[in-house]
Design a protein around this ligand. Structure first.
Ligand code: KG4
Ligand code: ZN
Length: 325
């Protein structure tokens, strides 16, 4: 629930535990869970925000991209609510919501966008790795994206190879904290290529070959920590270097980052150091707004309505494959 650029409530129903047994998201299970949780989560959001149904001005939901059946559960429910309440329904692009999430301050007196400035934005999560040039508020163009695996996918898949539980990103982050990032030398894909794209599947393969030669030994926990720190360092170095390089090339003074992988402490630290070194301002999404959440969807929807952008017709379809502009 949001009002005037501020979060009144942000209820997140995580399915991480449900999917952990399968080592990844099972689409059928995800959709069933969405259907089961939709109304309880909506009621909890209203209750926490102390808002009643008649007070609602509009309903927003993610329109895409993502798993078609899971998107449909949320978007069709939002359209039904909007129809019943005779309110507009705003379909939001998932990546665009991440893109503007670093501007949500958490300070109740400072509404989003009051302090906006042009920036290069890194969006890193389980399904996407994007570098975006945000020229003005609600005006952006994608500079590059991953050619294969997303950064979060690389964290999760390498963690699985190492034998860590799903989702692997937070596990690698935790173990890497006491590891030596220079212990093992993994590739930094596309680091020196003159483009803004990323590629992480080769790094995952390098870890697999490494483990074939040097299996993880339960009696050597420090080696496991060193391995996690070294994998993490390879991912983070590429993300930081290419983001900062794009900002400098475009003559911008500000960098932002969002998406689940932006919870990663090494990424937050190294981005801060690199930006400071180059005189760039840095805005990182708050950790609770990095992983998927409804607040970032609502904030962007409200902003679009306030700027006079139209809501979607109530029979609009989900857009599972829709790329960011
Ligand atoms: O944005 P998000 O919640 O969902 C998608 O839209 O994909 O991101 C989830 C991803 C997962 O791959 C997870 O492993 C990763 O974010 N992640 C992390 C950390 N916390 C979450 N990766 C590295 N370090 C973390 N601390
Ligand atoms: Zn996401």
């Amino acid at each position: 629930m949001v009002r005037d650029g501020r979060i009144l409530s942000n209820v997140v129903s995580s399915q991480v535990k449900l999917h952990a047994d399968y080592g990844g998201v099972v689409p059928e299970l995800a959709t069933r869970e969405h259907l089961k949780n939709l109304l309880p989560v909506t009621r909890a959001a209203l209750r926490e925000a102390d808002v009643t149904v008649p007070q609602l001005e509009a309903i927003a939901a993610t329109q895409g991209p993502g798993l078609p059946s899971a998107l449909m559960a949320g978007f069709k429910a939002a359209q039904s609510m909007a129809f019943a309440l005779r309110k507009p329904c705003v379909g939001i692009h998932h990546h665009e919501a991440h893109l503007y999430s670093p501007w949500i301050t958490g300070d109740p007196s400072a509404a989003i966008f009051e302090v906006f400035e042009p920036n290069v934005s890194l969006i890193v999560s389980g399904g996407h790795t994007l570098l975006v040039h945000v020229t003005a508020e609600l005006d952006h163009r994608t500079l590059g994206s991953t050619l294969d695996d997303a950064a979060g996918e690389c964290f999760d898949k390498t963690a699985k190879l190492i034998g860590l539980p799903y989702p692997g990103g937070p596990e690698i982050d935790r173990l890497a904290e006491q590891g030596n990032p220079m212990a093992f030398d993994f590739p930094r894909p596309l680091l020196h290529q003159p483009n803004d794209d990323f590629s992480f599947s080769g790094l995952k393969t390098a870890v697999r070959y490494f483990l074939e030669k040097h299996p993880v030994r339960p009696d050597d926990p420090q080696r496991l920590r060193d391995l996690c720190a070294s994998v993490q360092a390879a991912i983070v170095e590429v993300l930081v270097a290419k983001t900062v390089r794009a900002a400098r090339r475009l003559g911008l003074g500000c960098v932002t980052a969002s998406g689940g992988v932006t919870c990663n402490r090494a990424l937050r630290r190294d981005l801060a150091t690199a930006c400071q070194g180059h005189g760039l301002k840095l805005r990182l999404a708050q950790p609770r707004l990095c992983t998927d959440n409804a607040a970032m969807i609502g904030i962007l929807a409200e902003r679009k309505l306030r700027r006079g952008l139209p809501a979607q017709p109530l029979d609009a379809e989900v857009e599972p494959g829709g790329a960011l502009a």
